[in-house]
Design a protein around this ligand. Structure first.
Ligand SMILES: C[S@@+](CC[C@H](N)C(=O)[O-])C[C@H]1O[C@@H](n2cnc3c(N)ncnc32)[C@H](O)[C@@H]1O
Length: 293
């Protein structure tokens, strides 16, 4: 059963963006640092009032929720599955581990975590708490697991909530924290990482899977072409929603590069090993890891 701590439905992105006055928005393709103390922030390449971003993002995911899994496969040609498999193998959770899967969406990370525990550790005591700001996305996750033994055994719980304010979660509750393709949508990534630090137990691990920077210029050009030309068209053809997929592509370019995000993780108090991240597929995505000691 989903315990809804906060659920505000908003219109889909296209309607929301259409409703914004032109003077409130300007387009800016430069990567941006978190604007925690500023009155504006980025929403893709648009600049919007900071207090508006959360509802705009919620609108995007309300709009894409029902086609999210199909679109993920189409956009990445299935490769997102390999990235997520690798993410969980790298996490290598211990038997009995409690995972907080933030921005858990339709449950790809949650499923892989529990499969790993069952298959590799023969463990039936570990659990996942899935949290997402969007009730429609979380409802897709709940549907996916509805008939599973994991739900019946009480190993999955669901909460609608904001990664920036984990109000319902006490300090030092979880052994591991995951956020996959979620943090770039948050208004204040620094605040997200600080909250992760607070809710992890000493010895716990923060892991983030997110789109990042392709450094090779030839590959970057091919990737840009795919991102700006193919993905919005796929969004239109498969999900009937070009605007949401334009936002998703633009938001990738606005997220800090690998080394900048690694520093944000260290600034929150985490220890990183080496440079603190691993690039996958030439830096298309990166896995960042921080340890709470
Ligand atoms: C691209 S989906 C990723 C879903 C899943 N983790 C995956 O890898 O397939 C991003 C998710 O982040 C959620 N999200 C965006 N902003 C959030 C916030 N501030 N707090 C919690 N979740 C958020 C969205 O609702 C959406 O479900």
């Amino acid at each position: 059963m989903i315990s809804i701590t906060r659920a505000v439905r908003t219109p889909a992105l296209a309607r929301a963006v259409r409703g914004l006055s032109g003077s409130a928005i300007h387009r800016d393709q430069q990567p941006a640092r978190d604007n925690a103390h500023e009155s504006t922030t980025h929403f893709g390449f648009k600049t919007v009032p900071s207090d508006m971003k959360e509802s705009l993002v919620r609108g995007v995911f309300s709009s894409v929720a029902s086609s999210y899994d199909v679109m993920n496969d189409a956009m990445s040609m299935g490769v997102h599955r390999l990235w997520k498999d690798h993410f969980i193998r790298k996490m290598a959770p211990q038997p009995g581990a409690k995972l907080l899967d933030v921005a858990g969406g339709t449950g790809d990370i949650t499923q892989r975590f529990l499969e790993y525990q069952d298959r590799v550790n023969g463990d039936s005591t570990s659990s996942v708490h899935m949290l997402d700001i969007n009730p429609e996305m979380l409802a897709e996750g709940e549907r996916r697991f509805a008939d599973s033994a994991w739900v019946h055994d009480g190993r999955i719980s669901f909460t609608v909530g904001n990664a920036e304010h984990l109000e319902t979660i006490s300090d030092e509750t979880f052994d591991a924290y995951s956020i996959a393709f979620g943090i770039r949508n948050c208004t204040r990534p620094e605040q997200v990482v600080r909250e992760a630090y607070r809710v992890l137990k000493p010895g716990g691990r923060f892991m983030c899977l997110e789109f990042s920077r392709v450094e090779n210029p030839v590959l970057a050009a091919i990737y840009d072409f795919h991102s700006f030309n193919v993905i919005p068209r796929l969004g239109e053809a498969i999900a009937g929603d070009r605007a949401s997929y334009e936002y998703l592509v633009e938001s990738i370019r606005k997220f800090p590069a690998q080394n900048e995000f690694a520093q944000i993780i260290r600034d929150a108090g985490f220890t990183t090993i080496g440079k603190g991240y691993e690039n996958l597929t030439f830096g298309t995505v990166a896995i960042h890891t921080g340890y709470k000691f």
